[in-house]
Write a protein that binds this ligand. Structure first.
Ligand code: NOJ
Length: 530
């Protein structure tokens, strides 16, 4: 046998052995996820209001070049020339998306076929409260979600509802969006409507999906609606409002609903694992700081025993703000009462995880406010990690195991629900034999299982992103994460199972990863190339 064959047999052996005795614990739950703007469509039907993604995609603003922010203020010609059509890769929008608004029965059938324990979806704020304010409730929007919830429950699938997955009502953007602190109260008003209307049947709520993406990408980096480039300022203001909105919603649930509804309320944060780029102490600190600035930003106030923002954020942003001549820190402060309100304000830690970075210390003489300079970290991914279609998505399963252990150590092993994990393919070709996605799910689930069984991390649920191909934000329909293929050129938006949907379904029913499983109608993947 030559070396190559020995190596291939070893890979095969280790992958087939992974199934033996490796069962997910009893009670562990599996689900799939989507989000309203990405799948529902029906953007203006039945009384729904306009949200920031409707607005952005219809008005096609171009991504803002932040060159003009260095020194000079923006003028109407900057605005005009920078708002060129073409922010969205394929110029598309979510007006119809997967048309899920009209396909409740069909979609629940597919979920049943997958055998999932729960379905994570989000509610469109504008569909329930068209103006964003709770002065008027759109009954037709309520009816849509009632039907979805009831159909799920009738099929023994638990709804796991995200209250906010990025589609802020446009009228609330026009009063400043999340950097305006009043939005915390307006969000609580909206949450109250959701508890009143659906809380009798919904036992699990996620207030926010990915605050870092909402805030940093929406208000600092301009890579998500509303595409604001107030780097080092907008994101922190947004995050502050959002954390308070979350804590106040949790308090509302405790005070007025928990006893009667007996549900749970959490929040989901996205985390890339930060691996030190070298053995140096500087890079180890950089990796830790990367996690604190992107993940600890939102979870330190909730899970760390001392609460509040991570001390490294406080000290570095305070120091940079002062050096830049600001009269106060660009990172707002919580009052002692707010710190106490935030502490412990989550019944489970929602974790979205896709990939990892290698982190190194970044030093710069720049004096312009910037999140990256505040963090003082540069991060990259090695070419040796297999790449998905999304530029930030490379396969490094050790990252999730290390991250789960980091959470266990730093936050006292809280209950973690993995609320998203998945792999993207590019293009429109109907690529149903998606071996690279199957490989991704298998290796990540193996790493998660090892974290549970060997490291005793308290992980209780796993959610695949995504149930079906959908609208991938600025990437439009050019990147596909689905277990089901959706034909966006067909008015009926037919869904077709990919191989990964069958493999995932097998994992759910056997509670184990099986590398040799070949679903009917598909051919065996060649794992030696994976
Ligand atoms: C996380 C977001 O929650 C989801 O909306 C998005 O589609 C996936 N990441 C993939 O980028």
């Amino acid at each position: 046998m030559n070396l190559h064959i020995i190596l291939l047999s070893l890979i095969f052996l280790s992958k087939t052995q992974a199934q033996d005795g490796n069962q997910f614990p009893g009670g562990f739950r599996f689900g799939v996820a989507t989000a309203s703007y990405q799948v529902e469509g029906a953007w203006n039907e039945d009384g729904k209001g306009e949200n920031i993604w409707d607005y952005l995609t219809h008005n096609n603003p171009g991504a803002i070049d932040d060159g003009f922010l260095t020194g000079k203020g923006e003028n109407i010609w900057d605005y005009l020339t920078h708002n060129n059509p073409g922010a969205i890769d394929d110029g598309s929008n979510g007006d119809i998306a997967c048309d899920s608004y009209h396909k409740t029965a069909e979609d629940v059938e597919l979920l049943k076929d997958l055998d999932v324990d729960f379905y994570r979806f989000s509610i469109s704020w504008s569909r329930i409260l068209p103006s964003g304010h709770a002065n008027y409730i759109n009954r037709e929007g309520v009816n849509y979600y009632n039907e979805l919830i009831d159909t799920l429950i009738a099929n023994d699938i638990r709804p796991l509802i995200t209250m906010f997955h990025w589609d802020l009502p446009q009228p609330l953007q026009e009063i400043g969006g999340w950097p305006n602190p009043i939005l915390a109260d307006l969000f609580v008003d909206y949450a109250k409507v959701l508890f009143d209307e659906f809380g009798d049947r919904v036992l699990e709520w996620i207030t926010f999906n990915e605050p870092y993406q909402i805030c940093h990408q929406g208000y600092s980096e301009a890579t998500k609606a509303p595409l604001y480039a107030q780097d080092g300022i907008g994101g922190y203001l947004c995050g502050h409002t959002l954390l308070l909105a979350h804590a106040k919603t949790y308090q509302l649930y405790n005070e007025s609903y928990r006893e009667t509804q007996q549900g749970r309320v959490g929040i989901t944060v996205n985390a890339m694992w930060g691996e030190p780029a070298s053995e140096s102490e500087d890079d180890a600190t950089a990796a830790e700081n990367y996690i604190q600035f992107t993940f600890g930003w939102f979870f330190n106030p909730i899970y760390a025993s001392e609460g509040d923002y991570p001390s490294v954020m406080r000290s570095q942003i305070d120091a940079n703000s002062q050096a830049e001549g600001f009269q106060r820190s660009r990172l707002p402060s919580f009052t002692q009462e707010e710190i106490e309100l935030l502490k412990g304000s989550s019944d489970f830690l929602g974790l979205n995880h896709y990939s990892s970075y290698e982190c190194a210390r970044l030093t710069t003489d720049e004096t312009t406010p910037s999140f990256i300079n505040d963090m003082g970290v540069s991060y990259t991914q090695p070419d040796t990690w297999e790449a998905g279609a999304s530029f930030w998505l490379k396969v490094y399963p050790d990252g999730i195991r290390k991250l789960l252990n980091w959470i266990k150590t730093r936050y006292g092993n809280p209950e973690v629900m993995i609320t998203e994990n998945g792999f993207s393919y590019a293009g429109n070709e109907q690529d149903l034999q998606d071996c690279r996605r199957v490989n991704y799910y298998n290796v990540y689930l193996e790493a998660i299982l090892a974290a549970i069984v060997e490291d005793e991390c308290n992980v209780t649920a796993y959610t695949a992103w995504s149930f079906m191909d959908n609208y991938e934000w600025l990437r439009g329909y050019t990147q596909r994460f689905g277990l089901y293929y959706v034909d966006f050129t067909d008015d009926d938006r037919p869904r077709t199972p990919k191989m990964s949907s069958r493999v995932y379904s097998n994992i759910i029913s056997t509670r184990a990863i099986n590398w040799t499983y070949v679903p009917e109608g598909f051919t065996a993947c060649d794992w030696s190339t994976e």
